[in-house]
Design a protein around this ligand. Structure first.
Ligand SMILES: Nc1nc2c(ncn2[C@@H]2O[C@H](COP(=O)(O)OP(=O)(O)OP(=O)(O)O)[C@@H](O)[C@H]2O)c(=O)[nH]1
Ligand SMILES: [Mg+2]
Length: 436
């Protein structure tokens, strides 16, 4: 989808009963509509017309009332439009009827997000995941329209017909494709697990940048790692997880990962399909939750991210210990007095663009890293090269002297991670040491 002229229809609901936590309400309307605009533009297209439509009860057959539809047809020149985006979830019936009424291609919010993910996916895994999401979405459409046809036939569901067999055939084709993709993704998942295990063996702490789309995760990632991940003022700039080492004093290192951004009403098809990427978050020792302070809806966005983390399987205790809030874009707004967010145990303010607060963020990470290290005094038989070189390779040696009492012994003081200390103990069980 490229260079389309888009007509954006933004429903706003008067009756909160119909919100189902995903549609517009008066409270978040402005930031939600700005977000949808950027979603539309993410298709490399132009928002040509835009209309806010007040709705009290959505019509089951057309979503909008026929008065609204006629008004749109007579007030706008639809010939200039290639695509209509309706910012909510449409049922298959509403979708089909609206396309007929406007005689235009229509997509709803779920399709829009899947479409953008499709444009952004670069790796084989990313592409497979988007295809899986798309097929799962199509499948629900087929099943629902099938139910609809059954109802039309007055409940004679056992009687077959040409429409029925075509639908069954389509459904079978989709099922086969879904199975194939799932099998391919299982292989990808196994490789990831292997990589994860290897990383754990390396005993480096993993910090994952998570947060709402466009909050500045990649900007922070690039600043801390000197990598060059695409940074852009657009939603879902990052789709595929990126990973890089960050160096600290005393030869310490962490692994930093940059991940896909979250958004309100992220289609469940996408959450399921992107499970493999999202699972990557579980190996994180800490989650750097990046917030965009310049967005007036920052509190809602933060709560949504936390809610999504719950949804994918993090426990309350995980989040309490793992979350570090990073309030980014401080250059645009430093007033956070009204923001109420959970798990505020650890937090920091940054501006990735003006490079403020990044040294503080590194210090915060370093302090957490320090907590994970132990100060040990080893007593090593003099000139035992293998133990010496093991220690120099796997720990930070800050003192190495011949013992003043027993001249056959080297006293080596190090900072070592608990994982590496355990390795040392099993490799060299006869060596004495004490904690400093
Ligand atoms: N003023 C200001 N702009 C920032 C700051 N950090 C990031 N930005 C801008 O915000 C936009 C989004 O930044 P990204 O780093 O791509 O955000 P992201 O969270 O990785 O976004 P997705 O990958 O799309 O989820 C870019 O235009 C950045 O230049 C900041 O501290 N201050
Ligand atoms: Mg990014």
């Amino acid at each position: 989808m490229n260079n389309y002229n888009i007509f954006l229809l933004l429903p706003i609901f008067k009756n909160l009963k119909f919100l189902q936590n995903e549609i517009f309400n008066q409270e978040n309307f402005i930031s939600r509509s700005a977000e949808t605009r950027s979603l539309g533009e993410a298709l490399n297209s132009k928002i040509f017309y835009e209309k806010i439509i007040n709705i009290s009860i959505p019509k089951s057959s057309l979503f909008f009332s026929s008065t609204v539809i006629n008004e749109i047809i007579s007030n706008f020149n639809l010939d200039l439009i290639d695509l209509i985006i309706v910012d909510c979830s449409l049922s298959p019936v509403q979708h089909r009827n609206l396309e007929k009424a406007f005689n235009k291609k229509i997509i709803d919010r779920t399709q829009l997000i899947i479409e953008i993910f499709g444009l952004r996916a670069k790796t084989k895994e990313g592409k497979l995941q988007v295809e899986l999401a798309n097929l799962s979405f199509q499948k629900t459409r087929l099943v629902r329209s099938w139910t609809h046809l059954e109802r039309q036939r007055g409940g004679l569901s056992k009687v077959g017909g040409p429409g029925e067999s075509q639908l069954e055939l389509d459904k079978r084709i989709i099922d086969t494709k879904i199975k194939q993709i799932k099998n391919l993704l299982i292989t990808v998942k196994k490789t990831r697990e292997l990589q994860r295990r290897r990383r754990k063996i390396n005993s480096k702490l993993i910090f994952s940048l998570v947060g709402y789309t466009n909050s500045g995760k990649s900007s922070i990632f690039n600043n801390l790692t000197k990598a060059e991940v695409l940074v852009k003022d657009m939603v879902f700039a990052t789709l595929d997880t990126k990973m890089s080492l960050v160096n600290f004093p005393e030869k310490k290192q962490i692994i930093l990962t940059d991940t896909v951004g979250f958004i309100s009403a992220l289609p469940t098809e996408l959450i399921t399909a992107f499970n493999a990427s999202l699972e990557e978050l579980f190996s994180a020792d800490f989650l750097l939750l990046v917030h965009d302070l310049s967005n007036e809806n920052v509190e809602n966005q933060a709560n949504l991210v936390i809610q999504t983390l719950f949804q994918i399987g993090f426990s309350e205790q995980d989040l309490e210990t793992k979350i570090i809030h990073v309030f980014n874009k401080q250059d645009l707004n430093s007033d956070t007095t009204d923001i109420k967010i959970k798990y505020m145990d650890k937090f920091i303010y940054t501006s990735a663009v003006e490079k403020n607060g990044l040294a503080g963020l590194k210090q915060l990470i370093f302090n957490l890293l320090e907590k994970n290290f132990l100060n040990i005094n080893f007593s090593i038989p003099l000139n035992n090269q293998s133990i010496n070189s093991w220690l120099y390779k796997n720990s930070y040696v800050y003192d190495n002297k011949i013992c003043q009492i027993d001249f056959e012994i080297n006293k080596i003081k190090v900072k070592i991670s608990s994982v590496n200390l355990n390795k040392f103990k099993s490799k060299f069980p006869h060596i004495n040491f004490n904690f400093i």
